[in-house]
Design a protein around this ligand. Structure first.
Ligand code: GLN
Length: 202
C-alpha cells in the first residue's frame, strides 16, 4: 500500500507556510516542525528561507540542531531553500553561526548585494524537464565551492551554481515555494519515495 507521505517543514522563522501550502497541493501530509519530537516518523524535511542567523539560533535553543544533523547523516531527505541552503552547507563565508553542515558546498550569503537584493528570472533545470523554472531570489546566497559528490542542478547564465543535490540532500538559492510551479517540490518528493523504496528493499 502506498501510505501518504509525511513531510516536515521547519517552522521557526521565514517562509514555512508557503512550503506547507506547496506540499499540500501535491497531496502529501505537511507538518510544521518546532520541537525535536515533531520530527518523529517523517519521510522528509524542508528548511525554508528566512534569516539563517535567526533560524540557527532558534534551532539551537529548541534542541533541533543536533537531531537534524543526525537525520542528514542517516540519509533522510532534506530540502533547504535560500537560508535553508546556507544552513545545510558545510561552510559559509562571513557567517559566524552554527550550521547543520551536511552538504559538501561552500556558500556566500547575500551574494547579490544591496543593488539587486531581489530579482526574478527563469532557469533551465534539466532534472525538472524542458520548461524553464521561475526562480525568485531574495537576498539570496550562491554556491561558491562544491565537492565532487555534489551535482549542480541549475546555474545562472554566468555559471554560478544556484541549485544542487548530494544524495538525499537538495538545495536551492531561490524560493520555489513562492511560485505556483510545483516541480521542485515534486522532485524532492521523488527523492523521498526512492528512499522509502530502497529502505523497504533492505
Ligand atoms: N539573506 C538571508 C540569510 O542570509 C537568506 C534570505 C532568504 O532566505 N530569502 O540568511
Amino acid at each position: 500500500m502506498n501510505s501518504r507521505k509525511k513531510i516536515g517543514v521547519l517552522s521557526l522563522q521565514g517562509a514555512f507556510a508557503e512550503h506547507i501550502a506547496s506540499l499540500q497541493k501535491l497531496g502529501v501530509e505537511a507538518l510544521a516542525i518546532r520541537l525535536p519530537q515533531d520530527l518523529e516518523g517523517l519521510d522528509g524535511l524542508i528548511i525554508p528561507g528566512g534569516e539563517s542567523t535567526v533560524i540557527s539560533q532558534l534551532m539551537l535553543s529548541y534542541g533541533l540542531m543536533e537531531v537534524i544533523r543526525e537525520l542528514a547523516q542517516d540519509g533522510s531527505p532534506i530540502f533547504g531553500t535560500c537560508a535553508g541552503m546556507i544552513l545545510l552547507a558545510k561552510s559559509a563565508l562571513d557567517l559566524d553561526i552554527e550550521t547543520i553542515g551536511a552538504m559538501d558546498i561552500k556558500v556566500r550569503r547575500n551574494a547579490f548585494g544591496r543593488q539587486v537584493d531581489s530579482f526574478e528570472t527563469v532557469l533551465s533545470v534539466p532534472v525538472l524537464g524542458e520548461a524553464p523554472f521561475p526562480a525568485v531570489f531574495i537576498r539570496a546566497p550562491i554556491i561558491v565551492e562544491i565537492d565532487s559528490g555534489v551535482e549542480i542542478l541549475a546555474s545562472l547564465p554566468d555559471g554560478t551554481p544556484v541549485a544542487a543535490r548530494q544524495g538525499n540532500l537538495l538545495v536551492s538559492a531561490f524560493h520555489p515555494e513562492l511560485t505556483s510551479d510545483l516541480r521542485f517540490h515534486a522532485y524532492f518528493l521523488d527523492i523521498v519515495s526512492r528512499r522509502a523504496y530502497s529502505q523497504r528493499k533492505n
